[in-house]
Write a protein that binds this ligand. Structure first.
Ligand SMILES: [Zn+2]
Ligand SMILES: [Zn+2]
Ligand SMILES: [Zn+2]
Ligand SMILES: [Zn+2]
Length: 216
C-alpha cells in the first residue's frame, strides 16, 4: 500500500484535500455554522496510517456512541473488546462519560479494538464549536478508497488481497486472478480478503464496514 495517498472529500463543498489539509479546510465551514446556545460540538480526527475520518460529534453524546460508530464504520468483526485511554494501554476511560467532558481543543485519545490482533486508532479533538448536529456523529470527511489495479492482469480493478503477501506490492488481485493465485501462491498459509476502506482490512474476519459516507 506504499502508493496510497490519503485524500478526502469535504462533505460541505465536495473539494478534495490531503489528510492535514482537510482538517484545516473543514474549519472554514464549521466556523460559519449557526451558533446554538449551550451546545458544544467536537471536530474529531480519527486516524490509523493512511486511513482517516473527520467527524462532528455532539458534545452531549457519550464515549460509548463513538465506540459504536468506530466499530460500525471501520472495525467490527466478531465483537472484540475495545478501550479508549490517554496514551497507549493506559487506564481505560469510562464509556458512560459525555464527550464534552473528555474532549477539549487539542485533546488526544488512543483507541484499541481487539486486544489480540489489535487495531489502534489515534483520535484528536481539532476544535470545539458552539453548534448543534442533528445526529450524534456526522461524517465530515473520510479518506477515499484505495483504487488499485490487479497486479497480474494489470487491467481489472483489484478486489482481493493475499494476506500471505501482506505489505508487498504484488498482493492485489481482481476476482479472476485471485482464483488463479489461490493455486499458485507459494505461501502455505494463503488467504484472500476483500479490499475494504478500513485499517482493519485483512485482520481477523473483517470484511467491511456498515456505514457509507452520506453527502448532502
Ligand atoms: Zn469544503
Ligand atoms: Zn474478529
Ligand atoms: Zn487480474
Ligand atoms: Zn499469495
Amino acid at each position: 500500500m506504499a502508493d496510497l495517498t490519503p485524500e478526502g472529500k469535504c462533505l460541505f463543498c465536495e473539494q478534495t484535500y490531503n489528510k492535514s489539509g482537510i482538517s484545516r479546510h473543514l474549519a472554514t465551514h464549521l466556523k460559519k455554522m449557526d451558533k446554538v446556545d449551550k451546545k458544544k460540538s467536537l471536530h474529531l480526527r480519527v486516524e490509523a496510517g493512511p486511513y482517516f475520518l473527520n467527524l462532528l460529534m455532539d458534545g452531549d453524546a457519550k464515549l460509548s456512541d463513538l465506540d459504536g460508530f468506530l466499530r460500525a464504520i471501520w472495525l467490527e468483526c466478531c465483537g472484540h473488546l475495545s478501550q479508549f485511554s490517554y496514551g497507549r494501554w493506559n487506564e481505560e476511560i469510562r464509556l458512560s462519560l459525555k464527550c464534552q467532558r473528555i474532549f477539549e481543543k487539542g485533546t488526544k485519545l488512543w483507541y484499541a479494538y481487539d486486544f489480540g490482533s489489535t487495531t489502534e486508532l489515534d483520535i484528536k479533538c481539532i476544535d470545539v464549536y458552539p453548534v448543534a448536529v442533528k445526529e450524534k456523529i456526522r461524517i465530515l470527511s473520510r479518506n477515499e478508497p484505495y483504487n488499485s489495479i490487479c497486479v497480474n492482469c494489470k487491467k481489472k480493478p483489484a478486489v482481493q488481497v493475499c494476506t500471505a503477501h501482506w505489505g508487498e506490492d504484488d498482493a492485489y488481485f481482481c476476482e479472476y486472478c485471485a482464483e488463479k493465485h489461490e493455486v499458485e501462491c507459494e505461501e502455505g498459509e494463503y488467504s484472500m480478503f476483500p479490499i475494504v476502506n478500513s485499517p482493519r482490512m485483512g485482520v481477523c474476519g473483517y470484511t467491511g464496514g456498515m456505514i457509507d459516507v452520506e453527502r448532502d
